[in-house]
Write a protein that binds this ligand. Structure first.
Ligand SMILES: Cc1ncc(COP(=O)(O)O)c(C=O)c1O
Length: 409
């Protein structure tokens, strides 16, 4: 029996692969210096690790451009703000979807209120899919940005980014994709799918720690300076550098955070090579990681389907979002009868040691569309790559027991 059964991987993944902990610890001890700036050997080695991480992440996301365009920040919210505020101008039009996280909803609301930006919010269908044609219909010659959440952090619906990318490519708009729920979980092809700005966070599927995230910015996309300050280069310049990565990076970077992402990238490549049964050439980092991601996506979906099948058979359990073979990530939302989600979350934790998130998941608009805003949200059960049979058994047992209690109360 475990102390805890962790099903909060949509919030942050736990555990991380062992090499992530080890490398963060060892690199921070040996190279916990300010990279680049000081010019001594340790600083140069730390900078070399950062450069390697930019290169690996670019390949991981199918980005063939200059690795200096793989940029770091505090988290996805930070990069999303820098991208949106640095791209949009007063009076522009932007398109977002109703499945967005507050990391997009709130900046869009502020731009609408404070900068006279007009915002189109595209609806999803009953199970959370946006029709790419609805995006086409809303693009005008004033549309500056189209932002789409690759997968819902409430119900797991996975959008067809490739189809949306084709549509946005036919217009002058810039295509920004929030990959928080998909980076490290499904294969992503930034170049092939026509993504202009890919925003990622480090602490979820990418298996890094909290406090690191970033974005990849395609050549030709020039984000205005939103934050300025020290960069460690060209100190005498009065203004912040124009060139990436400095253009969108400020101050001292997180060496432990980037070291975590570095080790995780190597872990993904090793997993791909270890698990691949076919004779494909996995010598490149990109190919090895793509193999790993296919494996991870399949395994997580298997787990999600096991849980969904079981929940489906429990009287009183309401399941939201995609079912069966629909394209999804393993982020499941349920409710149990009339029980408030937060009460169920507390019971799962206190009585069954299950770590879930219950309530509203920073995405109020999709809750509204799913009819779960009024009842204060859902119980989000998000297995991850390290979820095992014991976890699954415990989750099914716990939901069954609480549903029995709900029926009798
Ligand atoms: C879809 C989505 N977008 C954005 C975010 C924000 O990520 P972070 O808190 O790491 O900035 C999250 C995290 O919950 C998310 O799930």
């Amino acid at each position: 029996m475990k102390d805890n059964y962790y099903f909060d991987n949509a919030a942050t993944t736990l555990p991380k692969p062992e090499p992530v902990y080890q490398f963060m610890d060892s690199f921070f001890r040996s190279h916990g210096v300010n990279p680049g700036r000081s010019g001594h050997e340790l600083a140069i080695e730390a900078e070399t690790m950062i450069i390697e991480t930019r290169r690996m992440l670019g390949e991981f996301f199918g980005f063939g451009g200059d690795p200096n365009r793989v940029t770091f920040s505090l988290n996805a919210t930070d990069s999303m703000n820098i991208a949106l505020l640095g791209l949009i101008r007063q009076g522009d039009h932007m398109i977002i979807t109703r499945v967005e996280h507050n990391a997009v909803l709130r900046p869009a609301n502020h731009l609408e209120r404070d900068l006279n930006v007009s915002v189109s919010r595209i609806s999803a269908d009953d199970v959370g899919y946006v029709d790419p044609e609805d995006i086409r219909k809303n693009i005008t010659d004033k549309t500056r940005i189209v932002v789409v959440n690759h997968a819902s952090n409430v119900i797991g619906s996975l959008q067809d980014i490739q189809a949306i990318g084709r549509i946005v490519k036919d217009s002058p708009a810039i295509f920004v994709v929030d990959t928080c729920q998909t980076a490290g979980v499904v294969p992503i092809d930034m170049d092939g799918w026509g993504i202009d700005v890919l925003v990622f966070t480090g602490h979820k599927g990418l298996f890094g720690p909290m406090g690191i995230g970033g974005m990849i910015v395609r050549e030709g996309v020039d984000i205005r300076h939103v934050k300025t300050g020290g960069t460690g280069v060209n100190s005498v310049a009065e203004f912040h550098p124009e060139e990436y990565p400095h253009r969108v990076e400020v101050g001292t970077p997180s060496i432990p955070g980037i070291a975590g992402l570095n080790a995780a990238q190597k872990w993904f490549a090793k997993l791909g090579r270890d698990r691949s049964s076919d004779a494909a050439d996995l010598s490149s980092h990109a190919a090895a990681c793509q193999a790993a991601l296919k494996h991870i996506h399949q395994q997580e979906n298997r787990t999600a389907n096991q849980l969904l099948d079981a929940f489906h058979d429990i009287p009183g359990v309401i399941i939201y979002g995609p079912t069966g073979t629909q394209s999804r990530v393993a982020t499941l939302s349920i409710n149990i009868g009339e029980l408030p989600a937060e009460q169920v979350g507390t019971m799962l934790d206190a009585d069954h040691q299950l770590c879930v998130r219950a309530g509203l998941h920073c995405a109020p608009v999709i809750h509204k569309d799913q009819g779960t805003l009024e009842r204060n949200g859902t119980v989000r059960i998000a297995p991850g790559f390290f979820t095992d049979d014991e976890d699954i058994e415990q989750a099914i047992k716990a939901v069954t027991e609480i549903a029995g209690f709900g029926a009798s109360s």
